[in-house]
Design a protein around this ligand. Structure first.
Ligand SMILES: Cc1cc2nc3c(=O)[nH]c(=O)nc-3n(C[C@H](O)[C@H](O)[C@H](O)COP(=O)(O)O)c2cc1C
Length: 313
């Protein structure tokens, strides 16, 4: 009896607000791009409960993605080679934005491109829409550079950030790929060119072989590894990047529960995104939010800042 009274009063004291690049979120939880569909998820829970929703990568024109099979299970995660299949920015504007706008949450549009021009086209088309923030996925293969990812090279990462920053008034989040040797160098380069926030990590390049068929499991041969298996790598990268940039960080990679969120906050994240967990269980983002609140009550934390400040390096 006494316990539940105490919990109730603690609930009222919890402050989960965060501000990311000038945009206020009611809590630090968003969805990870490509692992969330607003229409499908809203059948399971009220999207207004989330701090923000991040949509699947959108490109200038529709992309068909890679041939199937393009999803495979792995220990502690999954491999995907969906290839950024999407219906293009015009469909995004007429179908996706109005649907999400029914809910009281921030809308982050994730943008993909094979060339600087493709990124710019999509960013310009989104300028006069209700999108609150742009997340630029710089893992995309740069066709002009023979398919090397924009985000694997500090110069190219800086270039795409500069271009995009120059053509939009919306806050720009640059989403980094972990498939690099020096994540700090890339993070510093994008901050220097005006990124308002950074999100990390995207998937790690992986591969599986079906030894009964003696063939690769994915038609594309390689794919992106996500899920709990990559969490320690993501935590290390958030920690390293926090040391070298002062802009907000949205941390992601294998978050499965509320304590995983706390771990990212202590490593230096200001907000987090839930990806593969939501593919396993669509309600994961709001369950994880409830678990975060329980963790805060149990630990006596009242704000997100308090969790971040508790970490003694
Ligand atoms: C099926 C699938 C599709 C994805 N599509 C995108 C995408 O369109 N844009 C993007 O920036 N990241 C995409 N990602 C990467 C996720 O947003 C996230 O960075 C990654 O999965 C790590 O988080 P997680 O371990 O919580 O899933 C995708 C991931 C998966 C599994």
């Amino acid at each position: 009896m006494q316990d539940s009274t105490l919990k109730q009063s603690d609930t009222e004291n919890l402050n989960l607000n965060v501000t990311i690049a000038g945009v206020k979120w009611k809590n630090p939880i968003t969805t990870a791009s490509g692992t969330f569909s607003a229409k499908e998820s809203s059948a399971f829970y009220d999207l207004s409960k989330l701090g923000a929703v991040t949509t699947k990568g959108v490109s200038n024109v529709p992309w068909t993605g890679n041939p199937t099979p393009r999803i495979a299970e792995t220990y502690g995660g999954m491999l995907n080679a969906v290839g950024l299949q999407n219906p293009g920015v015009e469909s995004f504007i007429t179908e996706e934005i109005p649907y999400i706008r029914q809910y009281e949450t921030n809308l982050i549009a994730n943008v993909a491109g094979h060339t600087l021009e493709e990124y710019c086209h999509t960013v310009k088309r989104l300028e006069d829409t209700d999108v609150d923030m742009l997340e630029i996925n710089i893992s995309c293969p740069n066709v002009k550079e023979g398919g090397i990812g924009f985000g694997t090279n500090a110069k190219m990462a800086a270039e795409v950030t500069k271009k995009v920053r120059g053509i939009t008034k919306k806050p720009v989040i640059i989403k980094l790929t972990p498939n690099v040797t020096n994540i700090s160098e890339i993070a510093k380069a994008v901050e220097a060119e005006g990124a308002d926030a950074i999100s990390l990590i995207n998937t790690l390049l992986g591969m599986r072989i079906d030894v009964r068929r003696a063939k690769t499991v994915l038609a594309n041969r390689t794919g992106g590894l996500s899920g709990p298996a990559i969490k320690p790598i993501a935590i290390r990268m958030v920690y390293e990047v926090r040391k070298v940039v002062s802009i907000p960080i949205i941390g992601l990679g294998g978050i499965m529960n509320g304590e995983d969120v706390a771990e990212f906050l202590m490593a230096g994240a200001n907000a987090v995104a839930i990806g593969t967990a939501a593919l396993i269980r669509p309600t994961a983002p709001i369950e994880i939010l409830e678990e975060l609140k329980n963790y805060m009550r149990e630990m006596g934390y009242h704000s997100i800042k308090e969790i971040q400040n508790a970490f003694c390096d």
